[in-house]
Design a protein around this ligand. Sequence first.
Ligand SMILES: Nc1ncnc2c1ncn2[C@@H]1O[C@H](COP(=O)(O)OP(=O)(O)O)[C@@H](O)[C@H]1O
Ligand SMILES: [Mg+2]
Length: 286
Amino acid sequence: MPELRVEALTHTYSAGTPFEKTAVENITLSIPAGQMLALLGHTGSGKSTFIQHLNALLQPTSGKVYYDGKDVNADKYARRDVKGKVGLVFQYPEYQLFEETVFKDIAFGPKNQGLSEREIDERVREAARFVGVEEELFERSPLELSGGQKRRVAIAGVIAMRPGVLILDEPTAGLDPAGCRQILDNIRAYREETGSTVILVSHNMDDAARMADRLIVFDHGRLAMDGTPEEVFARPEELIAIGLNVPQAAALAMALRERGVALEGSIFTHEQLRAAVLRAKEAGAC
Ligand SMILES: Nc1ncnc2c1ncn2[C@@H]1O[C@H](COP(=O)(O)OP(=O)(O)O)[C@@H](O)[C@H]1O
Ligand SMILES: [Mg+2]
């Protein structure tokens, strides 16, 4: 099974100029196939720079990226190849919709992959279904759609390439709560059905807590934390120290514990908090 491996990755922008900035510094990690990973960090911590290396859109200043054991920057063919296998949905991807119809926009990637008309048609329908874009919209201009619909069309355009790894940079940014929930549910269903690796870049801890098997936290371009949600949210003080918040449920559990309520177990979702409070109540602890 293909895995992504990053070795000692460093990226410096504008090296040798007064604007030199090391955005990502000495990151080493492996992402096994099928993992659902959330990449967290405050603004400017290097998240977007990092993920653009995973499909060879940016080249490392030093270090290597391997997909399926192959150096993604080995040559121009390797670089092109990885772009179809590791799909990247940029932040605010709807600004990159440019075709005259929704269908053509979703079809753009598969068309570039040289697929037949029939295969393209199948890919477009499948991708649209994953993100909840109805076929009635296929002949409409993307410009006529709502913000949430545009975003889903843009995501479908990447899914239509059937990438083994799907990376989404802040996919819920700027959407209302219902729009956010819908996108996250779509992503979860997509991952469950296809078994793809999914990397979700976010600064929303509640989304990460609900969605991911593994959390990676960046701080000033460095890897600050890497573990399961249980492990990472068991260190709330560290998260707060690097300018992140903790999930609402974890913050409430911390506040209750400070007031002497004996809550057991790791708590970062509302369900866990509810269960722990009920257990504490039964035990007569509050
Ligand atoms: N194209 C660029 N040229 C110069 N500096 C950049 C560029 N893109 C990002 N940076 C800088 O690199 C750092 C990391 O940015 P970025 O990867 O966008 O972080 P994040 O996605 O976590 O907000 C920031 O200090 C940012 O200003
Ligand atoms: Mg970013």
